[in-house]
Ligand binder design. Structure first.
Ligand SMILES: Cc1cc2nc3c(=O)[nH]c(=O)nc-3n(C[C@H](O)[C@H](O)[C@H](O)COP(=O)(O)OP(=O)(O)OC[C@H]3O[C@@H](n4cnc5c(N)ncnc54)[C@H](O)[C@@H]3O)c2cc1C
Length: 439
């Protein structure tokens, strides 16, 4: 079969790879000039990429957990296993201007801002979540909010100091509506060691793309899909692309859409109204990431710092070169400052200069040596859709990969659940949709 895939992120690339493997003929149409979608590299967006960088770097900070098996399976299949780098970097939270490791029940026991009894209760709650539940039994958390569960099971104080700032940081005003099952999955899935790819996630996307091309799949960049039209006489679809004529002469047997779900209603306006409503119902948050190339380290060892202070204007500070070697970036120190916010949030309208000015006093609180002089160069990335918001009984609203139109599939970040969205699940979903088409 001839299959059109809209989007060259990890879902689209994985679908193409597994379709080619089973003898189909896939065509990726990607709007951007590069592959990888939300996990794409910085260099490909710059007219003047840093010459001293041997490796690329994601626009938004990325790593894998060591149990992200779909990633490693695909890596093995395309012969790049030796490119995965595994390390155990330090992850901390910032509370009351001090950094604390809080990533295990044991580390929690040492957190001085809770009473001993609260630490034990919180540590036991975390241990219970990690070891007593699995994917099937976690459905008991479908209709309880994380806010309610965590307050009851640890303590109000522990909730206020540890969990609430993270929920607020990620989901803003919707923080108290997020369900406990999604939260459970975050704890359950986390591994102390993390993985990365030689050259960055964009390099992995390019290696998958090479494998797709080797197997005779085709990938077109800078191609914006505008409409998908069912053609009853030819029993297939036409895929209209901006700037291309004669697309009505080309027929695809199947179409896989991997863009945010809302987009599908514009691609295919004749979808049933009830289905379009469910596409529109899906809620998400956006994100920005300010990338700073620094002359010096900001944090001595910490890779990931979650800001547990709701008064700070960002959620995370990620020092990439405390995870991967800085000689891959010409000896520079690479820092991300990031946050999840709604697209209409004031920080989403600001320039990188404005954000640097706003954030400098806070970065100085982490390291008093930080100043504008510390910065070699900077980049700012924004996306309106970075993370689905999983509210109560979210499972009921997850759309199937099939749509009401036979032969048209939707495989998007919105359908990843209960796991937090990620490239591992994008690859899993690409494989699953390819399997559905092949069988
Ligand atoms: C801040 C942040 C941090 C993250 N951290 C991690 C992490 O540490 N580890 C991890 O594994 N994952 C992480 N993720 C999630 C990960 O990036 C996504 O889950 C994954 O990349 C989704 O892949 P996808 O292919 O489903 O979607 P996308 O990457 O969104 O791909 C969709 C593609 O469709 C293209 N497209 C859209 N419209 C059109 C059109 N009209 N025509 C043609 N093409 C179109 C887009 O350009 C895009 O390339 C993070 C995401 C963010 C935002």
């Amino acid at each position: 079969m001839k299959i059109a895939i809209v989007g060259g992120g990890f879902t689209g690339l994985s679908a193409a790879y597994y379709l080619q493997k089973t003898g189909h003929n896939s065509h990726i149409f990607e709007n951007a000039s590069y592959l990888g979608g939300l996990a794409a590299g910085v260099k490909s967006t710059l007219s003047n990429p840093p010459e001293n960088w041997e490796w690329d770097l994601e626009q938004f900070y990325h790593h894998w957990f060591t149990n992200d098996n779909f990633v490693f399976e695909l890596g093995e299949d395309i012969g790049v296993t030796d490119k995965f780098k595994i390390k155990g970097p330090r992850t901390d939270v910032l509370y009351d201007d001090k950094m604390y490791p809080l990533d295990s029940p044991l580390a929690l026991l040492k957190f001085p801002h809770l009473s001993f009894v609260e630490r034990i209760r919180t540590g036991m709650t975390m241990a219970k979540l990690k070891y007593l539940y699995n994917e099937a039994s976690s459905d008991v958390f479908e209709n309880v909010t994380a806010a309610e569960y965590l307050q009851n099971r640890s303590s109000k104080d522990a909730y206020e100091k540890i969990w609430k700032p993270l929920l607020v940081g990620k989901f803003g005003q919707e923080y108290d509506q997020v369900n406990m099952r999604w939260f459970w999955a975050r704890i359950y899935k986390r591994t102390p060691k993390l993985a990365y790819y030689e050259g960055g996630f964009g390099a992995f996307a390019n290696d998958i793309a090479e494998a797709v091309r080797r197997n005779n799949g085709s990938i077109d960049l800078n191609v914006r899909v505008e409409e998908i039209v069912r053609c009853d006489t030819c029993n297939g679809f036409h895929v209209k692309r901006q700037g291309f004529e004669n697309t009505h002469e080309e027929v695809f047997d199947r179409v896989i859409v991997t863009t945010p779900p809302q987009t599908l209603q514009y691609f295919y306006p004749e979808l049933p109204e009830a289905y379009k409503q469910s596409l529109r119902k899906h809620e998400g948050v956006g994100a920005f990431a300010l990338v700073l190339r620094l002359h010096h380290q900001l944090m001595p060892e910490t890779y990931w710092l979650s800001i547990n202070e709701t008064s700070w204007p960002f959620l995370a500070v990620v020092e990439h070169t405390n995870f991967m070697p800085k000689d891959k970036y010409g000896g520079e120190n690479i820092l991300y400052v990031g946050d999840y916010v709604q697209p209409d949030h004031p920080n989403m309208q600001k320039s990188k200069e404005e954000l640097i000015a706003d954030f400098t006093p806070y970065l100085k609180r982490i390291n008093p040596l930080f100043s504008s002089e510390s910065i070699i160069d900077s980049y700012l990335f924004k996306t309106n859709y970075a993370q689905p918001i999983p509210k109560l009984n979210h499972e009921r609203h997850i759309l199937p990969l099939t749509t009401p139109v036979e032969g048209l599939y939707l495989a998007s970040m919105a359908q990843v659940y209960p796991w937090d969205r990620g490239t591992n699940y994008a690859i899993e979903m690409g494989k699953e949709v390819a399997g559905m088409i092949s069988n």
